[in-house]
Design a protein around this ligand. Structure first.
Ligand code: FES
Length: 116
């Protein structure tokens, strides 16, 4: 069971449970189910509308949140959120990306803060 806290300057923070069965669901699906107003468009990792910043609630535990998809890498590179060098370093050092596309990221069993 993971706790996902959605935070936006325009709305009240909301923490929701991601139940075990939902671990194959995307962050965007979880947000929509809980009426979190994350903006989205294509839902296919192409437009970058659903860009969010993700961090671990427990700073001692490194975020497991699966690797970036190829579509995420492309959108993050084109939008300037991650440089080619930063991306390579993340891959080499196996570090999680702070920027994710909500429609591509699968929620794992970890407590995270999602800023949108
Ligand atoms: S909705 Fe288009 S990239 Fe996620």
């Amino acid at each position: 069971m993971a706790l996902v806290t959605f935070s936006s300057p325009d709305y009240k923070d909301k923490t929701v449970y991601a139940v075990a069965g939902s671990h194959t669901e995307t962050l965007l699906k979880l947000a929509r189910e809980n009426k979190i107003p994350i903006k989205y468009d294509c839902q296919d990792g192409e437009c970058g509308t659903c860009l969010v910043k993700v961090s671990s609630v427990d700073k001692k535990i490194q975020r497991m949140g699966g690797p970036l998809t190829e579509k995420e890498k492309e959108v993050l590179r084109v939008s300037g959120k991650l440089s080619k060098e930063e991306m390579e370093k993340m891959i080499v050092d196996d570090l999680p990306s702070p920027w994710r596309l909500a429609c591509q990221m699968i929620v794992r069993d970890e407590d995270i803060l999602v800023e949108y």
